[in-house]
Design a binder for this molecule. Structure first.
Ligand SMILES: Cc1cc2nc3c(=O)[nH]c(=O)nc-3n(C[C@H](O)[C@H](O)[C@H](O)COP(=O)(O)OP(=O)(O)OC[C@H]3O[C@@H](n4cnc5c(N)ncnc54)[C@H](O)[C@@H]3O)c2cc1C
Length: 480
């Protein structure tokens, strides 16, 4: 997270429904939507059809907005239903109370992430880098140690390399590993904490490695699946240094909203904000989607892009498979928080990493604001600290730098947010197969998509885009 100099060679970084599988007849009449310029291949006679639209996309985060763009660009009519009063979901660029517009959810992107990187190129969006840390702090017991970031990384290296050993062999193509191999399944009961415990790390190494995984999972290593760590590292060729760089080095200069807006601008979907879906009921040929306010919409196909932890807030008829419902009930592992803090004066290009017992166990300097420093910090348990409370955040940071003064703080509690109830998706043990199975096949006319279900960078913006594109491609095949 800004600790490496990017792009340098030294880091190696019960209703039974019979699903209709018959191909769609595109000559079937439907009502073209006013003002829409459909490509010839999707043009149809102007006549009423039994559905309001071809596809309903539920959720307007990166996955939903990408799916809507892909579908409408191929001439499908789409209604996008988003419960919030804005698009973006778990990404949210907005003015902060700190003197700068900031990203309160997803932020960093990287060239190892093909889907988001291609979109950034497509829209020619400028990137900026997080500052490279010049000074590192790490915590062992009650003691704060400090030195150069390289020293801290050397201390992490043995543990991180050992934990992730074999990731590239187990997942030679981490973007396409479905169906989950027996070898990976056999490892899916193991937690990251158990894996760390197998290593003979000294206290200092243990504190750092444990803290790194709490940061990665935005949660407790004791409930975090080791396979998820293997997946992440396989996506960077088995190189944990590059993985770390991928997680927090490059940012969109205009915030994630710049990319979201660019994608949305190329979609002609009928976007309904403030539209919270309560029920999705299928029949043999399509589905009826009912909102909490009673409005209904019908479509031939539905893409549901909800975060895993809120999937069960929709009543599906017929029900989704029992295993994915139980994953959603159990919840995935992320329970953490992210907070932006304006601190008095210039604290320098500093970063800190400590064990998950710290309320804020990672922080790094990001910007100068009129002589003050803007830092971003993360903790593994959003219930432990009120990230909107200046005093609470200051006292958590004083565990690190005793005289630090928080001028103001700003953050969004994604775990308390009833439309996400989690941060970025990180699976618990024994959830992988159910999630990947749920994403790989349609459930009648309903498909599950979203970053949480991605095959590649699940938990990232890249995974959301991947998943939205895949869902759209499959729906287009089925509509054709
Ligand atoms: C604090 C934080 C930091 C992160 N940092 C990074 C990062 O640096 N880099 C990175 O790549 N990723 C990061 N992520 C993860 C990334 O932001 C997400 O994985 C990604 O944005 C998810 O996109 P999505 O479309 O799959 O889901 P969401 O963005 O969650 O979209 C789902 C949408 O569904 C809506 N919804 C929910 N219920 C209903 C309903 N019943 N009816 C209608 N709509 C509904 C929600 O309001 C939401 O808009 C971070 C996430 C968080 C929270």
């Amino acid at each position: 997270m800004g600790l490496y100099k990017p792009n340098q060679g030294h880091y190696c970084a019960s209703v039974q429904v019979t699903w209709s599988t018959a191909p769609r007849d595109l000559s079937e009449p439907r009502l073209p939507r006013p003002g829409r310029h459909l490509p010839k291949k999707f043009e149809r006679a102007e006549a009423m059809t039994q559905y309001d639209t071809d596809v309903i996309v539920v959720g307007g985060g990166f996955a939903g907005v990408t799916a809507a763009r892909e579908l409408t660009q191929q001439g499908a009519a789409v209604i996008l239903l988003e419960a919030r009063d804005r698009l973006g979901g778990r990404t949210w660029t907005r003015e902060s109370g700190l003197g700068k517009s900031l990203d309160f959810g997803g932020t960093w992107v990287h060239w190892t992430q093909p889907h988001v990187w291609a979109e950034i190129g497509r829209y020619d969006l400028p990137l900026i880098s997080s500052p490279v840390a010049e000074h590192a702090l790490w915590k062992v017991g009650d003691e704060i140690r400090h030195g150069s970031p390289d020293v801290m990384f050397d201390l992490l290296d043995t543990g991180m390399t050992s934990v992730l050993d074999g990731s590239a062999r187990l997942l030679p193509n981490p973007f396409h590993f479905r169906p989950v191999s027996d070898e990976l399944k056999a490892l899916d009961h193991i937690t990251v904490a158990e894996k760390i415990a197998e290593l003979n790390l000294d206290d200092e190494q243990h504190a750092l490695v444990e803290g790194m995984w709490a940061l990665n999972f935005s949660g407790r290593p004791e409930v975090s699946a080791y396979t998820q760590g293997l997946r992440w590292c396989a996506l960077t060729g088995g190189n944990w240094h590059l993985l770390f760089e991928a997680c927090a080095t490059f940012k969109l200069a205009g915030g994630t909203k710049a990319l979201l807006d660019a994608i949305a601008a190329q979609s002609s979907a009928d976007v309904r904000l403030g539209a919270r879906v309560q029920r999705i009921e299928q029949d043999a040929d399509g589905a009826t989607v009912t909102l909490t306010d009673g409005r209904t919409f019908t479509a031939r196909e539905v893409v549901v892009t909800l975060p895993l932890n809120v999937l069960n807030t929709i009543d599906f008829a017929p029900a989704l498979p029992a295993d994915i419902r139980s994953v959603a009930d159990e919840g995935q592992a992320s329970t953490g928080c992210k907070v932006w803090v304006r601190v008095r004066g210039d604290v320098g290009k500093v970063a800190g990493l400590g064990p998950s017992s710290c309320a804020l166990n990672f922080f790094q300097y990001e910007y100068d604001i009129d002589g003050d420093s803007l830092i971003v910090a993360f903790g593994r348990d959003a219930t432990r600290i009120d990230i909107t409370d200046r005093d609470a955040v200051e006292s958590a940071l004083r565990e690190w730098i005793p005289d630090i003064e928080a001028v103001a703080v700003d953050g969004h509690d994604w775990v308390a947010d009833d439309l996400s109830q989690q941060t970025w998706a990180m699976l618990r043990p024994n959830q992988l197969v159910a999630v990947q199975n749920a994403a790989s096949e349609p459930h009648g006319h309903v498909r599950l998509a979203g970053s949480d279900y991605a095959e590649g960078w699940a938990g990232f913006i890249d995974g959301a885009i991947e998943s939205g594109k895949t869902a759209a491609a499959r729906i287009l095949q089925s509509l054709r």
